[in-house]
Design a protein around this ligand. Sequence first.
Ligand code: OOG
Length: 257
Amino acid sequence: MEAHPDAEAAGRLTALLHGAAERAEAVRQPDHELSEDLAYAVQRGLLDSSLAAGDTQAGVKLGFTSRAKMEQMGIDSVIAGFLLASSRVPDGGELDRGRLIHPRVEPEIAFRIGRDIGRDESPDAVVAAVDAVAPALEVIDSRYRDFRFRLGDVIADNTSAARWVVGPWQEVPPELDARAVSLSFDDDEVAAGSTAAILGDPWEALRQLRGLTADHLALRAGYVVLAGAATEAVALPASGRVRVRVAGLGEASLVVG
Ligand code: OOG
């Protein structure tokens, strides 16, 4: 039987994006806009190639949960991608910038999921399953030239996910919706905002994940969920320490090597 033309197109784009990330070389956007279903199928293909190479999925990340990001990139729907164990940088650890194309960094909030969550469970059940929260950094790196993409392109490219850092886990606080967030390079603040920038409240980002149905976005015990940026993304510096501070939650950092 011949492969469905969509499946063939998805396979080609998966291979193209996988190669771009491996070689740290940007590629052109696809000529035609992809449907969301096809885009999540391409993303799933990328995950499957990493799993086949021995990696493991460590969680899920959200994108475009903040107005600053929506405006920066001209997209206004919430999207999600997967986090790989191999792309985690330990808190305070070194990130090899040479393996990335045009990286940017975002200050975020991370949730830790305490149990497997079934597809039919409510957004409230997901919120109740969180057993810890932490400040986090996400380094994004579009595999497309000039960081330019449409909605389907960026979903296919695993929502530009590249590296991530989680600070010390904290007990779940009674509220998370109005905490000051600061991003600094060495000792200079380069972006400042509030957790309110994440859909009004980072818990809302977790709730909206229920609306995304790709199988690999289902939550499992121990998964980390990154709620999305609290500010615009800032180009990663050539060297030095990058730090996020979230009021009352502490900090997380990485060193660009
Ligand atoms: C897509 C990733 C967006 C966020 O937090 O909004 C994202 C991009 O801007 O390249 O992770």
